[in-house]
Design a protein around this ligand. Structure first.
Ligand code: TXA
Ligand code: MG
Length: 313
């Protein structure tokens, strides 16, 4: 169900949840002032209550009312907001504890999407996780939201997400930042502006509660083994594959932004077409946006879950 911006504003004021396009992925938004509406987000998504939400603001100043960002980094934040960067910082204002999962910190971001910003200006800050059902690939097209919720969740009209990957999350510590989640802003772009301490060599090690859960996976089983058993190939339009199966193209290997834009759409098309086993080509450089793409695919490949079962519950 598609609704206009004006209708969405009314829905939000009536303590309802709406799906909103952002520049990264669709969000499932509710006003932070209505605990009943926040509760609905968790219910609709099937999200564990221990997994906190990002709160979206219309400006840096508005975000700073809620969190303590070290003053030295505030001007740098202005360079990235609005945009696909989330910062986790100490909470300094009372907020519904369901949003923070009772943590003393809050994840904040200013999205770069005219519709999202218009809703925030009309209703106030909006809490919004990615709009997918918990565990599945994020929704990057309107039909993904309709598919996940059988058309029961209203989707606000507006430009569909451009990036196709979620925001990068930095966690503020004493004078430095940890990487909470790789995302649409490559770490290389952030290094000059935030003192980022690489927490670990292993980017699969969870820093954000949400990173502990099974994630980004279609129902279709994904494998990195190219065999005759596979029914489809998730790969690049400009790479030749030695097995003759339908190609679900994510775009050109030379255009990581294009690949990111198509990634979740492609994984979801496998389920749409009832493909049961697909090969995924993960032979690309692990740098820049491709580092994020690599991380998302690693989590989506079911074999990985079986090897690390205790992490993905
Ligand atoms: O691009 C995005 O970030 C999208 C759009 C809608 O803004 N949102 C999104 O939200 O991806 P979600 O809920 O799917 O992912 C948020 C991540 C989760 O892994 C969650 O655990 C983490 O942020 N998070 C939220 N609050 C946190 C906190 N206080 N401390 C550590 N991690 C936190
Ligand atoms: Mg998510």
């Amino acid at each position: 169900m598609t609704v206009s911006v004006q209708e969405a504003i009314q829905f939000l004021k009536d303590k309802n949840v709406v799906a909103v396009p952002s520049e990264t992925v669709f969000g499932l938004a509710a006003s932070i002032f209505y605990p009943d509406a926040i509760k609905k987000i968790f219910e609709i998504k099937g999200r564990p209550p221990k997994n906190p939400l990002i709160v979206h603001f219309a400006s840096v100043e508005q975000a700073l009312e809620y969190v303590d960002i070290a003053p030295a980094f505030v001007p740098n934040l202005q360079k990235f907001w609005p945009g696909p960067l989330t910062v986790v910082a100490p909470l300094k204002k009372e907020i519904d504890p369901l949003i923070t999962a009772n943590l003393p910190t809050l994840a904040v971001r200013v999205p770069n999407h005219p519709v999202f910003l218009e809703l925030i200006r009309a209703v106030g800050p909006l809490a919004a996780p990615s709009a997918n059902r918990s565990g599945f690939p994020s929704a990057t097209r309107k039909w993904h939201v309709d598919f996940d919720y059988n058309g029961m969740v209203p989707v606000v009209e507006g430009m569909e997400p451009d990036h196709g990957l979620e925001s990068t999350i930095l966690i503020q510590k004493e004078g430095y930042f940890l990487i909470g989640r790789l995302g649409a802003t490559p770490i290389e772009n952030l290094n000059d502006f935030f003192k980022i301490v690489e927490n670990t060599q292993d980017f699969m090690a969870p820093q954000c509660p949400g990173q502990m859960y099974r994630h980004y996976a279609p129902t279709c089983k994904l494998t990195t083994v190219l065999s005759d058993e596979i029914e489809a190939i998730v790969g690049f339009c400009d790479v030749n594959y030695p097995v003759d199966k339908p190609l679900y193209s994510v775009g050109s290997i030379h255009h990581p932004a294009q690949v990111a834009h198509h990634l979740f759409e492609t994984l979801r098309l496998l389920d749409h077409d009832r493909i049961k086993l697909a090969y995924v080509d993960t032979n690309f450089p692990s740098a820049g946006l491709y580092l994020t793409i690599h991380e998302r695919l690693s989590r989506a490949i079911q074999e990985t879950y079986h090897q690390n079962r205790e992490l993905y519950v």
